[in-house]
Design a binder for this molecule. Structure first.
Ligand SMILES: CC(C)(COP(=O)(O)OP(=O)(O)OC[C@H]1O[C@@H](n2cnc3c(N)ncnc32)[C@H](O)[C@@H]1OP(=O)(O)O)[C@@H](O)C(=O)NCCC(=O)NCCS
Length: 141
């Protein structure tokens, strides 16, 4: 199983690896381009999964003030390491982080193919009624 690490300002090389993974996965994202220009606002919001010294998965969190919930802004696992529980591990770590800070919910907008919705539904995420289309949330207990 990979090792999880919450990045700090000292981890800029790992952050660049994570950014490359986000870039490869979410090609047209303006936010990912901003990460290359100035990493500081993003670095401490990123959790990486390390296989040895290599970043095999990464999650960038944010906060959604409308929902008062910690958000999954980007979650990506390297193609060669998918379906091995890495995505689940990163998501669980985010939920643990949220609970430790007394946040009651996590939320996200599934950015890619509709099948990824399965991945989230299996982990307790549901579509949010009366909100923007396709947004999902999980009440933490
Ligand atoms: C979605 C993603 C993060 C899942 O990571 P992962 O490490 O492969 O996921 P896990 O191994 O923890 O969980 C796998 C389970 O999720 C589901 N799942 C994952 N990816 C899926 C896909 N593309 N289609 C259908 N189901 C999928 C399956 O139910 C699978 O369970 P199974 O192996 O028993 O069938 C990864 O596929 C990825 O990086 N995708 C591209 C980027 C993306 O879509 N990110 C999420 C939107 S922000």
């Amino acid at each position: 199983m990979p090792r999880l690490l919450h990045l700090t300002q000292d981890n800029d090389e790992l952050f660049m690896e994570a950014t490359d993974l986000f870039q490869e996965t979410f090609r047209n994202s303006q936010t990912v381009q901003e990460m290359y220009v100035d990493s500081r606002p993003f670095i401490e919001r990123t959790i990486v999964a390390l296989h040895g010294t290599k970043v095999v998965g990464a999650l960038k969190r944010g906060y959604n003030p409308d929902l008062d919930a910690i958000s999954v802004d980007f979650l990506a696992v390297n193609k060669d390491h998918r379906r091995a529980g890495v995505g689940h591990l990163l998501l669980s770590e985010l939920e643990k982080f949220a609970k430790e800070r007394d946040n009651k919910k996590t939320c996200l907008f599934p950015r890619t193919n509709p099948e990824v919705v399965n991945f989230y539904q299996k982990r307790g995420y549901v579509f949010i009624p009366d909100y923007k289309p396709r947004w999902m949330e999980k009440v933490l207990n």
